[in-house]
Design a protein around this ligand. Structure first.
Ligand code: FMN
Length: 304
């Protein structure tokens, strides 16, 4: 009998869907695959407006779910669930949190799960939150595949801004293509056969994926992400005091967050990158342990 695989995902621009299609293409004939998209009832605009974009931060960081449309998940026993998601503001995106908090997420109960992340390059806190959620369902995380923008951090911030607010993903005169490269999307197909051939030996699957480059981690980004999420958490509660997403009463606080974030990213980022790199140099042993933890599928509380 063919193994049954359920794929659950959200993708706003289609990037993550393309990655999943590429992974699954070589194993279509050998597996029984059902793909179900998460659709937020209240759609997120694309391209984004400034206010709509930054107004999402508190609900992402505090993991506050919103309504999603009915999901048609076939009632079957699945050998594997692939959960495709993206980080928003260093946290699971609102549609993913909304799925995980919905009744549909019971399909994850005691299931074998592989997470597939389509990120810019900062996904650590988001994955910790997903691991926590999977634990609450007694699900077994058996693999993680992370796709990222391989350009330098600041370049990828500039291109993601152009992509998010102007809808332009392709390379321009001065900037490369935004997001995950077409080459990496095509190359994702190498993971399909690895997943299929290791489904029965789930303990080894993640190691096989790692040997094939499923997770790359820049140690300095661990430090930058820890600093970032600590600030986001404070700002998230401060904005939520004024109401829910979309409430005009909180707009002045959202705009303040927007400005401070841009100052942090463009003015302070060179300094914080240098201090993060120095910290990596002086705390080699600790950082090595952290890299190995975040590349793994293990879970310990408050890792970030
Ligand atoms: C509101 C918003 C916040 C984002 N925050 C992050 C982030 O914290 N870390 C990161 O690596 N990528 C971030 N991204 C990029 C997304 O993770 C993702 O790669 C991109 O939106 C494309 O995904 P899609 O398949 O849903 O179109 C963000 C994107 C959006 C729209």
């Amino acid at each position: 009998m063919k193994p049954a695989i359920l794929v659950i995902y959200y993708s706003q621009t289609g990037q993550l869907k393309n990655l999943l299609d590429s992974i699954l293409a070589p194993i279509q004939a050998q597996a029984d695959i059902d793909i179900v998209a998460i659709e937020p009832t209240r759609k997120f605009p694309f391209p984004w407006t400034n206010n709509a974009f930054f107004d999402c931060m508190p609900e992402c960081v505090l993991q506050i779910p919103e309504e999603i449309n009915k999901m048609h998940i076939p009632e079957k026993k699945y050998d594997l669930v692939i959960l495709g998601y993206q980080p928003w503001f260093l946290s699971p995106s609102i549609p993913i949190t909304s799925f995980l908090e919905s009744n549909y997420a019971h399909i994850l109960k005691k299931s074998n799960v592989i997470t597939v992340i389509g990120s810019r390059n900062m996904w650590l806190n988001a994955q910790e939150k997903i691991k926590e959620k999977l634990k609450s369902f007694d699900a077994h995380l058996i693999g993680n595949i992370v796709f990222r923008d391989k350009n330098p951090n600041l370049t990828s911030i500039l291109t993601v801004i152009r992509w998010s607010f102007k809808g332009k993903k392709e390379a321009g005169k001065f900037l490369p293509e935004a997001g995950i490269s077409q080459l990496d999307i095509q190359d994702a197909s190498k993971f399909g056969p690895i997943i299929l051939s290791n489904l029965t030996e789930t303990q080894h699957l993640h190691n096989h994926l790692l040997h094939n480059g499923s997770v790359f981690l820049n140690p300095a980004l661990i430090i930058l992400e820890k600093r970032g999420i600590a600030n986001f958490r404070k700002f998230a509660s401060y904005i939520r005091e004024k109401g829910e997403r979309g409430n005009p009463n909180r707009l002045s606080r959202v705009k303040l967050f927007n400005r401070l974030l841009l100052v942090g990213v463009f003015l302070l980022s060179p300094i914080s990158t240098i201090t993060a790199k120095l910290s990596v140099l002086f705390n080699k042993k600790t950082i090595e342990k952290e890299v190995s933890y975040f590349k793994s599928i293990g879970y310990k509380q408050n890792a970030i």
